[in-house]
Design a protein around this ligand. Sequence first.
Ligand code: SAM
Length: 508
Amino acid sequence: MSAPAGRGPGSSRRDARGRERGAARADGRGARTASAPSQRRRGADAARTAAFDVLRAVGGSDSYANLVLPPLLRERRIDGRDAGFATELAYGALRLQGRYDAVIEQCAARPVAAIDAPVLDVLRLGAHQLLGMRVPPHAAVSETVGLAREQVGAGAAQFVNAVLRAVSKEPLEVWLERIGDAADPAGEEPLERLAVVESHPTWIVRALREALVAHGRPADEIEALLRADNDAPRVTLVARPGLTSSAEVVAGLPESRPGRWAPTAVVLESGDPASLPAVRRGAVGVQDEGSQLTALALARVPVEGRDERWLDLCAGPGGKAALLAALASERGARLVANEVQPHRARLVERALAALPADAVEAVRVGDGRIVGEQEPGAYDRVLVDAPCTGLGALRRRPEARWRRSPADLAGLGELQRALLGSALEAVRVGGVVAYVTCSPHLVETQLVVKDALRAAARRGLDVEVLDARGPLRDIAPGIDLADRDDAQLWPHVHGTDAMHLTLLRRQG
Ligand SMILES: C[S@@+](CC[C@H](N)C(=O)[O-])C[C@H]1O[C@@H](n2cnc3c(N)ncnc32)[C@H](O)[C@@H]1O
């Protein structure tokens, strides 16, 4: 379902010049900010309406919140604190949807499946203001009731009023106790309790806990991990070597600081990265610090002899390709970036545009599964940043946890095995392959590597698993890694996405 009629760009809330009606926000006359909601009296404000439209687009037409919201804010000229409010409201309501639905069910005395979808979205927004943001209860209820009246109708507004008043009667801690008890009345299903309280599907909680344990971390860290998934991540920038440095970026941006691990990383404390001149000219990109570490580790691990041709097998949209090409350029090597989807290959071209021409041999559109057969032994370093469930980046993709299902693992697993198999053919003897996922799910990480090594052995390839801790510790001294050859990063430990890295060398 698309955004409700009349609420999209150019709707009745915009005047003939496309400006927000009534508020004269840009002039400051009578401005109402989302962060001072108690001062508002009528209807729904622009920030809440934007958040509502995002939830509708995500729930109704399978859109991605982080693709819908930024252009919507730009079109409606919502900026500054209002933009921050709309973002926190939409993303928070989506991340914590499981928790809020359980609260709403108790207050509405009916299952959420029996509530019309637009009304449920309004209730989720109200619940997040009451239980997840510091919006005064009176303002949260009255503004959200106004939103319901405007978007769904008077009858719905009454229902929303009654439910949100009930929600507002208890603080978050009481609700967490109640929904936890409802999920686990006998006290025998702690994962069910955790799943509802920390707002993750149970299968994901189980998979994340297994991955923690397999990587030498205590099972009870799962709670901290789920909480980290519920926090809004900071924007991390990558300073592309040869084009700029993290020190230069930090010196030019008062609202930034160096990253924790990667020498290329800069944390942006506030502001829109797209507006930064260095980002516009391609010297700097937006990239999670864990992603940076995986690309840096592939470039760091020693190879014997020739080190001239590097391959990024699954390159779109090009974040790691741009970092790899920058690193390749520094030592006279060249990158081939391959991507199966033409529109994503175009994004790779754009990401690589700022790099010296001799750093990039080609950006190709092609199926990575056959590159090994087409170009056996042609590359010195190969990155397989495999398509995956993205369970390691749930904090960045607020709706992803509700979209994914265990059934996704089968199709992705087949693709991941084929891509890694192809990479092991494409790398020369003595060269290295990095297998990377932004998922810690063991089926996508350890199991894929195990199967791909077995299949490679059947084809007569001799492949050694390298200790990824060496290059990672060279890059990030003191980084906390398990006592295993492969490396798993975690949001609650490292502050990065839960990136997985296995490094492999062709021995024969
Ligand atoms: C995890 S993303 C890569 C992210 C990228 N390395 C970056 O840092 O921006 C996986 C990519 O693999 C691509 N892909 C999926 N199947 C593929 C295939 N058979 N061959 C090559 N690329 C494929 C997807 O379209 C997607 O762009």
